[in-house]
Design a protein. Structure first.
Length: 124
């Protein structure tokens, strides 16, 4: 299983230098977990620079994976992860969901560097 954080999705959709790193992970939709928080963050960022119809299509691609809601149990787990690793709420929620499923967590965010289960790719 794989979970791509918002930075990876944005890099992929904007065809950034690290987009090819995330492409095969995103294309393996049967093994892809997508937190609703990632949908929120990607929508927020892409809406600043892309037309609404293109943003919608991007979100539709994300929804091809298994979408994970932030339940009450996941919120509590995220709080524990946030305290342990000094992560912001959204970051902790996504990382804890990856841990819940034993998924590899794909990111460009340096805050995750060195954490278990993280595949970190520095921003180009």
């Amino acid at each position: 299983m794989n979970l791509v954080d918002s930075s990876g999705w944005i890099e992929f959709f904007k065809a950034g230098a690290n987009g090819p790193v995330f492409k095969p992970v995103i294309e393996d939709r049967h093994a892809l977990l997508v937190p609703t928080i990632a949908l929120f963050e990607v929508h927020k960022v892409l809406s600043r620079s892309l037309p609404a119809d293109l943003v919608k299509r991007c979100l539709d691609v994300m929804r091809l994976g298994r979408v994970l809601d932030l339940t009450d149990a996941r919120a509590v787990a995220a709080s524990t992860v946030a305290s342990k690793h000094k992560l912001a709420m959204a970051d902790a929620a996504m990382y804890s969901m990856a841990q819940e499923f034993g998924a590899t967590f794909w990111t460009q965010d340096a805050d995750y560097r060195g954490l278990d289960g993280v595949q970190y790719c520095a921003k180009a």
